[in-house]
Design a protein around this ligand. Structure first.
Ligand SMILES: [Zn+2]
Length: 287
């Protein structure tokens, strides 16, 4: 499963930090084995390693873990009745784990009414519930459903994988929060992050700009639908939507966007990268 190393790492980190979302869409893959490996890790009794030897892993491997349910298309679609059954299952507390996991394979094949039926439980999921949707065709899933999930990209060409990487969004939120909190130490830590991978840092800067714009729009409208899909669940999860209602003024946010945009241009024009990064970080501290 090496191809999905980044996604796996991201989910492992979230699990360790107790920040797992209730619902993920694995977009671009229908690899059931990968989803099962993630479920195994979440349910594993040996510190979530997916050890293959604890009672929980053994049950996942032999496909009879009571807290894991896999739903696949029945013929050409996943039907209303299947989703109804799944919903009933998910509303019952887990038997032996902290979590109860539903894997929905080829989830774009859910009929529209089946998808609609799921909205309510996704809106207010029981605290133990985790939904993993696998689809090669994200467009086949209702936007209302997508917006309730964290979308993880599984494109096999490396570039777009990084572009959609939730890891970078997470890092971008860290950055914005460090600026809000005037946390000098943490801001300066981004120097090392930048210098590790220039290409990634440019994507990161872009992400910071997008998030700042999202936050500004959200502040004006209070409309969650307007927030960029990839960012939404991470922002909400980290309390950024609420927290950010005053720490940086509109003017400060605009200035930050302009500064970052300027820095991006400099990097693209091959100005001294290290110096440009350090200038940016000092600028963030001064403000
Ligand atoms: Zn185990």
């Amino acid at each position: 499963m090496n191809v999905f190393h980044n996604q796996r790492q991201f989910l492992t980190d979230a699990l360790k930090k107790n920040r797992l979302s209730h619902s993920y869409i694995f977009s671009g893959t229908e690899d059931l084995q990968f989803a099962k490996a993630i479920a195994k890790m979440i349910l594993c009794k040996q510190e979530h390693t997916g050890c293959d030897s604890c009672s929980s892993c053994v049950k996942v491997n032999s496909e009879n873990h009571p807290d894991l349910n896999v739903v696949s298309p029945d013929g050409a679609s996943i039907k209303n009745a299947q989703v109804e059954e799944l919903q009933e299952y998910m509303f019952i507390r887990p038997y032996e784990s902290k979590h109860k996991i539903a894997i929905i394979h080829q989830s774009h094949l859910m009929t529209e009414s089946a998808q609609n039926r799921l909205l309510k439980i996704l809106e207010e999921p029981p605290e133990y519930a985790i939904f993993l949707f696998l689809t090669q065709n994200l467009e086949g899933m209702l936007e209302t459903l997508q917006s309730r999930c964290q979308v993880l990209g599984f494109n096999l060409d490396g570039e777009s994988e990084t572009d959609n990487s939730p890891e970078i969004t997470d890092k971008a939120v860290d950055f914005i929060q460090s600026i809000e909190n005037r946390d000098m130490g943490r801001i300066l830590e981004f120097s090392a992050y930048a210098k590790q991978d220039k290409q990634r840092f440019v994507i990161f800067l872009n992400r910071v700009i997008i998030i700042l714009r999202d936050l500004m729009i959200f502040r004006e409208t209070q409309n969650k639908q307007l927030i960029h899909e990839v960012n939404f669940s991470i922002l909400e999860e980290r309390g950024q939507l609420m927290k950010s209602s005053g720490k940086l003024s509109r003017k400060q946010m605009v200035e930050l966007i302009l500064t970052i945009d300027h820095v991006e241009q400099k990097i693209k024009n091959n100005m001294n990268f290290d110096l440009t990064v350090d200038n940016l970080l000092f600028h963030c501290i001064e403000d």
